[in-house]
Design a protein around this ligand. Structure first.
Ligand code: FES
Length: 107
């Protein structure tokens, strides 16, 4: 397996209905995760980009949250329709998608 240039962690945390922190699962993270895996396959980018689901990344209010390493960039409120842009601009283009970046006070 090649060492990935970028590693994407998509929060897939679930919590019981009514939990005070909510969860990325309740905000549609599964669609976001499927879109990342689909885009990875479409671009045949397995040798340079890894996509992994994760537990809670912290700012549950703003999910679905997505973390990109080694850059340490946290994206908030990422929907399935945002995924191609993250691939084009950040994962393959090298520039942060600023409109989706979590505010500095969050992370
Ligand atoms: S549940 Fe996703 S960041 Fe907490």
């Amino acid at each position: 397996m090649a060492k990935p240039l970028k590693h994407v962690f998509v929060c897939a945390q679930q919590r019981p209905p009514g939990h005070p922190r909510g969860s990325c699962a309740a905000k549609g993270c599964n669609e976001t995760l499927q879109a990342f895996w689909g885009e990875l396959q479409k671009r045949n980018a397995f040798d340079r980009i890894a996509v992994t689901y994760s537990g809670c990344l912290g700012p549950c209010d703003s999910g679905p949250n997505v973390l990109v390493y080694p850059d340490g960039v946290l994206y908030a409120g990422v929907g399935k329709d945002d995924v191609a842009e993250i691939f084009d601009t950040h994962l393959e283009g090298g520039e942060v998608v600023t409109r989706l970046q979590a505010p500095a006070g969050v992370w």
